[in-house]
Design a protein around this ligand. Structure first.
Ligand code: B12
Length: 460
């Protein structure tokens, strides 16, 4: 039985983009884990990565060539349109191919996905065990339910992810990180309750965080060192630093086992403030950058977001990172529902004060599965017309009643790019680089045009 997995991640980078930058090079740990598990049970698995294809005709050609019996597609909310297009093409090529979807969007928006009758099976939550069991049932002619709740695996007992499913290396998230760059995931789930994210993660992975043992992660790193001699590492977990004992053990064993590769991971300002000793230890072990969700420079907004962080902690966390020579990647949002212009400027002031090494601003985007998404829907605030717009990029208007022209200027100012020359340069960048890309994607062309009008960069 031949099984093909599909990675649809083209909404941000487009077809034929593979390897041409960061967004075009990430691997999907979800698919790699499913592949490793199913291969271990004897199944023949391959991948179609839409980023490696020239377009839909190429996808059709691939399905024809590969002749899979079963196709499993992974799907975040932003992937909805490409996945639906894939499903349509697959069934046109051969309606006997069994189509299975899984991932965050089917898990969080099951009713919407169920409506597409061409999808044969929907697996909710974690896929390794249940997808493989489904393959076995199909093989044995056993009829399964259409919607299957995935069984959670014991993370120390499943094989390491099959990263060779994706050809090539991931692209370093920052230029100071030496290639080859690899990513690992040490655990699943998140104990925090941020309104712009939860309960999505609890629905996908359960209430408790499950983390692999340190020994298990070190074992995988040894293999990555032997096979690829990796130069730097990112640990993708939502909040690795939440378990202090785990982090201490990891740092000890990372050094004991002779690893000297720099690594980066995500954390929260409150954790950094409460555990400076741990940050010091991580820095000694090779931590070179922390991705921190500062989100807002205003306490009311932080409370509205249920961030559980005090504004002073945002400033203090930045100070601690500087002290320990850890670079800062600042995630922050502008255009949050209920946010006033004064509150936006508080965020601008905070970011200017922190002076991060990397700015990662977002126009607040309501992500399906989160409580704030529900709030936006209930209050009729959404401007999102297509699933393609479930991207946090600051390129289009998302929320009604927000002055995006002002927001755009605030965003520029937060990054110290508010001089006329800078603004002009950005306009040229938009015109020369981004616009041709957006215009190649007719479905987002209108949204982009609208945004440029909103930002005052294009006349009506
Ligand atoms: C690493 C990461 C990224 C990386 C890499 C993503 C990738 N290629 O997988 C990068 C930085 C590229 C990224 C980008 C984005 N991300 Co992201 N990301 C994550 C993060 C932190 C970890 C993902 C992961 O590997 N998890 C571990 C693996 C094992 O879980 P998994 O991928 O979900 O897969 C399991 C199940 O979902 C299921 N499954 C998945 N696919 C399939 C397929 C089949 C057939 C089956 C049966 C099952 C199945 O089984 C898997 C194994 O158990 C998650 C949060 C999280 N903790 O999961 C957010 C998360 C997935 N991202 C999210 C978002 C919103 C984004 C962006 C849209 C942000 C943006 N820029 O606007 C982009 C979209 C990128 C794109 N597709 O073009 C949301 C998705 C929410 C939603 N409703 O869709 C999440 C859940 C975070 C959150 N809580 O908001 N992301």
């Amino acid at each position: 039985m031949k099984v093909t997995l599909v990675y649809p991640g083209i909404t941000i980078c487009g077809s034929n983009s593979y390897g041409k930058g960061m967004d075009s090079s990430w691997i999907s740990h979800g698919l790699c884990s499913i592949s490793a598990y199913a291969k271990n049970k004897g199944y023949d698995i391959n991948l179609i990565d839409l980023r490696q294809l020239r377009g839909w005709h190429h996808f059709r050609w691939m399905v024809n060539k590969e002749k899979p019996d079963i196709i499993g597609l992974s799907m975040m909310s932003v992937d909805y349109n490409p996945v639906m297009k894939c499903v349509e093409i697959i069934k046109e090529v051969n309606d006997k191919i069994t189509v299975v979807v899984g991932g965050p969007h089917p898990t969080l928006m099951t009713d919407e996905v169920t409506q597409n009758e061409k999808i044969d099976y929907i697996i909710l939550g974690e896929g390794e065990i249940s997808f493989t069991e489904l393959l076995r049932d199909i093989e044995n002619g056993i009829k399964s339910k259409r919607i299957i709740r995935g069984i959670k695996p014991d993370l120390d007992r499943i094989p390491f992810v099959d990263r060779e499913l994706f050809s090539g290396f991931e692209y370093p998230i920052a230029s100071f990180l030496p290639p080859p760059f690899v990513t690992v995931i040490a655990g699943r789930g998140c104990i925090y309750n941020c309104r712009f994210c939860q309960p999505a993660e609890r629905i996908i992975f359960g209430r408790k965080v499950r983390r692999r043992s340190v020994d298990n992660v070190i074992e995988e790193l040894k293999i990555l060192r032997a096979n690829y001699n990796f130069g730097s590492l990112m640990i993708h977990d939502d909040c690795l630093a939440e378990d202090k004992a785990w982090v201490y053990e990891f740092c000890d064993k990372y050094l004991e086992n002779g690893f000297s590769q720099p690594f980066v991971c995500q954390s929260r300002a409150d954790i950094i403030c409460k555990n400076e000793d741990m940050i010091h230890m991580m820095s000694k072990a090779g931590l070179k950058m922390l991705l921190i969700g500062f989100e807002s420079g205003n306490q009311r907004v932080l409370n509205f977001l249920r961030k559980g962080v005090k504004l002073e902690q945002n400033y203090e966390a930045a100070r601690i990172c500087r002290k320990h020579r850890i670079r800062i990647w600042a995630n922050y949002m502008l255009g949050i529902p209920t946010e006033t212009k004064e509150e936006v400027m508080d965020t601008v002031r905070m970011i200017k004060n922190i002076k991060p090494d990397h700015y990662s601003p977002a126009f607040y985007t309501p992500h399906p599965g989160s409580d704030l998404f529900k709030y936006v829907e209930e209050h009729g605030l959404s401007l999102i017309k297509s699933h393609d717009s479930y991207r946090r990029n600051a390129t289009e208007a998302k929320i009604k009643g927000i002055d995006y022209k002002f927001l755009y200027q605030a965003l520029m100012e937060s990054m110290g790019m508010d001089t006329p020359i800078m603004r002009n340069n950005l306009f040229l960048l938009l015109q020369r680089k981004l616009m041709p890309f957006f215009l190649r994607h007719p479905h987002i062309k209108d949204v982009v045009k609208e945004s440029l009008i909103v930002f005052g960069l294009l006349k009506k």
